[in-house]
Design a protein around this ligand. Structure first.
Ligand SMILES: *Cc1c(COP(=O)(O)O)cnc(C)c1O
Length: 392
C-alpha cells in the first residue's frame, strides 16, 4: 500500500503548523523575533533569510499545497515574480512570455528588462507553436499565466512543460487565478510556481504577500537572490496568512460553485453580450481547462449588450463593490480598461481582445441568489437609461 496522501482541506488546516509545546495552544505560536541566538544552534535565523519559525512553517504548507519540494513566502506577489525571474536570468539571456499577463508583470518586463540587458519576446498566441516560434539560443525561461487576466484564456500546461524540457528551459507559471486548490502545475511538469498570496491564499483582502514553490534545487537558487533583494514578509503577516490558508480549500470551492452558477446565469441573460469563464462549455478552451483544473475558479469577465453602459452598471451595483483587487470572500467588479490594463495602448488592448466595456468579476462566497438580485437591479437601471437616451 502506498503512503496515504492528505486531501486539500487537511493540508490547508494542518501541514506545517508549529506546535505550542509550552502552553498547548491550538494554533501556531507567533515568533516576532528579528534576532536569534547564534551560539550552539545549527541555523542562523533572520527574517530576511526566510528562515524564522513561522516562515519555515508556512513554506511547508505552501510546498504541500503545490505538490512541490520547497517553497518561500515573499512580501508581495511582485516580489515573488521579480525574484523568481531574476534568479534564472542575467544579461544576455532571453525569456519568452505569454501575450496576456498580469499588468504588473508586463510592466516589470517592459520597463525594467532592457536596462539589465535581458531580451524578451511575447508569443503571438497561446498555442505551444506560438511559444516555440519565439525560442532563441539564449532563451532561459518560458513564462505563462493560466487562467489569464482578464479574459480567462487557458494555456496548455503539459505542452508548455514539454516544450521547455525539450529546449532545456525553465518553465514558470503565475498560478494566482487558479489557486493551488484548482490547479497544481507541477503535476504537469511546470518547474516554478508563483502566487500573489494577496489573492486566494489571503482571501480576505487584508494581506499583501507572494509565494514561490519548486524543487529544492531551484528554491535554493531563488533563495540566494532573495536574501540579497530583501523581499521577505513580516512574521506577523506570515502568521495571518497561515490562518487564512486554513480556510482556503472551503473558500475557493464555494467560489467555484458560485462562479459556475453566476456564469451560467449571465450567459443566458439577454442583456449580456458575452461571458468569459473557462467553466462554461461555450468557452473555447473549456476542454483543456477541464483536463488540467480541478475547479474553474472564481474569476470571470463579461460584456453587456450594445447600448448598455458598463460603468453605469458597475456604479448601480450595491452588494457587489467596484474594487481594484480580487479573490476576496466578497464579490467585486472592475473595468480592466480603467485599471489593471489602463497603461496598455488602445491598440494593444484591442489586440489582446480587451473591449472598453469589459467587466471583470471576482465572485465571492455570498449567497448566489443575492448576487443575482444585485445584478438584476443594476441591469434594470442601465436598461431604463438606455431607453431614455434613445427617446431623447
Ligand atoms: C495581484 C497579482 C499579482 C501581483 O501580486 P501583488 O501581491 O499585488 O504584488 C501577480 N499576478 C497576478 C495574476 C495577480 O492577480
Amino acid at each position: 500500500m502506498g503512503q496515504h496522501k492528505k486531501g486539500i482541506n487537511t493540508i490547508c488546516t494542518h501541514v506545517g503548523e508549529l506546535e505550542d509545546k509550552e502552553y498547548k495552544g491550538a494554533v501556531s505560536p507567533l515568533y516576532m523575533s528579528t534576532s536569534y541566538a547564534f551560539e550552539d544552534v545549527d541555523v542562523k535565523r533572520y527574517p530576511r533569510y526566510f528562515n524564522t519559525p513561522n516562515q519555515v512553517a508556512l513554506s511547508k504548507k505552501i510546498a504541500a499545497l503545490e505538490h512541490a519540494e520547497a517553497a518561500m513566502i515573499f512580501g508581495s506577489g511582485m516580489a515573488a515574480v521579480s525574484t523568481a525571474l531574476m534568479a534564472f536570468l542575467q544579461a544576455g539571456d532571453h525569456i519568452v512570455l505569454q501575450p496576456t499577463l498580469y499588468g504588473g508583470t508586463y510592466n516589470l518586463v517592459n520597463e525594467e528588462f532592457d536596462k539589465y540587458g535581458i531580451g524578451y519576446s511575447f508569443a503571438d498566441g497561446l498555442n505551444v507553436t506560438d511559444f516555440e516560434a519565439k525560442i532563441q539560443e539564449n532563451t532561459k525561461v518560458i513564462y505563462i499565466e493560466t487562467p489569464s487576466n482578464p479574459l480567462l484564456t487557458i494555456t496548455d500546461l503539459e505542452a508548455v512543460a514539454t516544450l521547455a524540457k525539450k529546449h532545456g528551459i525553465v518553465s514558470m507559471i503565475d498560478n494566482t487565478f487558479a489557486s493551488p486548490v484548482n490547479q497544481n502545475p507541477i503535476d504537469f511538469g511546470i518547474d516554478v510556481i508563483i502566487h500573489s498570496a494577496t489573492k486566494y491564499m489571503g482571501g480576505h483582502s487584508d494581506i499583501l504577500a507572494g509565494a514561490v514553490a519548486s524543487t529544492e534545487e531551484y528554491m535554493e537558487r531563488i533563495f540566494q537572490l532573495a536574501k540579497n533583494f530583501g523581499g521577505s514578509l513580516s512574521d506577523y503577516t506570515v502568521w495571518l496568512l497561515e490562518r487564512s490558508i486554513k480556510t482556503m480549500g472551503i473558500r475557493v470551492k464555494a467560489q467555484n460553485k458560485n462562479a459556475i452558477r453566476l456564469a451560467t446565469y449571465l450567459h443566458e441573460h439577454s442583456d449580456i453580450h458575452k461571458v468569459y469563464y473557462p467553466g462554461l462549455p461555450s468557452h473555447p478552451d473549456h476542454a483543456l481547462a477541464k483536463s488540467q483544473m480541478k475547479g474553474f475558479g472564481g474569476m470571470m469577465s463579461f460584456e453587456l449588450e450594445v447600448g448598455l453602459d458598463a460603468s453605469r452598471f458597475q456604479k448601480a451595483l450595491k452588494l457587489i463593490k467596484s474594487s481594484m483587487s480580487l479573490a476576496g470572500v466578497e464579490s467585486t467588479v472592475l473595468s480592466p480598461t480603467q485599471t489593471s490594463h489602463a497603461l496598455l495602448s488602445p491598440e494593444e488592448r484591442e489586440k489582446q481582445g480587451i473591449k472598453d466595456g469589459l467587466i471583470r468579476f471576482s465572485v465571492g462566497i455570498e449567497e448566489p441568489e443575492d448576487l443575482i438580485a444585485d445584478i438584476e437591479q443594476a441591469l434594470k437601471i442601465v436598461r431604463s437609461e438606455a431607453v431614455l437616451s434613445t427617446l431623447n
